[in-house]
Design a protein around this ligand. Structure first.
Ligand SMILES: CC(C)(COP(=O)(O)OP(=O)(O)OC[C@H]1O[C@@H](n2cnc3c(N)ncnc32)[C@H](O)[C@@H]1OP(=O)(O)O)[C@@H](O)C(=O)NCCC(=O)NCCS
Length: 140
């Protein structure tokens, strides 16, 4: 873990695809990746000797809504606290900007809820909120 450097930057499209592939996720078409990443309001990468080993980013409108996406750590480096450091940095960005009633959301992958709970996220569905809904465009 001592070799890990966190930096606020965008990964390249190739690095983004690499990380997603390493954790078994498919990626959108290449032409959508760069504009998508650069549309983020915040992005942090973790690197070891220059090589990307993790990332996290936030999509947001600058005040009312922040949405956390693509929290990924290379499986070869998981369990070392890198994910926690990425999320700490990500939530620090939110903490500095959110006001009362700002919505902070994310879609936890199955089984990953407990990773996010320490930051104050509530599991859905609950008494007040439905399960949330998603659509993967063009995928049956
Ligand atoms: C989830 C993920 C980012 C965690 O990264 P990591 O570097 O392995 O996590 P850390 O070593 O910093 O562990 C942080 C904490 O989360 C817990 N944790 C780690 N992996 C977890 C998992 N798969 N599910 C639930 N909790 C997990 C650890 O026990 C640790 O708890 P602690 O801080 O109380 O000691 C990483 O497993 C990953 O990239 N998974 C595949 C992609 C993914 O599912 N991302 C989340 C999308 S919602």
């Amino acid at each position: 873990m001592d070799d890990i450097v966190l930096k606020e930057e965008f990964p390249s499209a190739e690095e983004y695809i690499r990380l997603r592939t390493l954790v078994g996720w498919t990626s959108p078409a290449a032409e959508a990746i760069e504009p998508g990443l650069h549309g983020s309001v915040f992005c942090v990468c973790a690197r070891a000797q220059g090589q990307i080993v993790g990332m996290a980013r936030i999509i947001g409108d600058g005040g009312l809504v922040y949405y956390i996406q693509d929290v990924i750590v290379d499986p070869a480096r998981q369990g070392e606290g890198i994910g926690r450091r990425l999320m700490d940095r990500t939530m620090e960005y939110v903490r500095q900007r959110a006001v009362q009633h700002t919505i902070v959301g994310l879609m936890a992958a199955k089984g990953k809820e407990s990773f996010y709970q320490p930051y104050g996220f509530n599991i859905r569905p609950n008494d007040r909120s439905g399960p949330g809904m998603t659509m993967f465009w063009g995928v049956d």
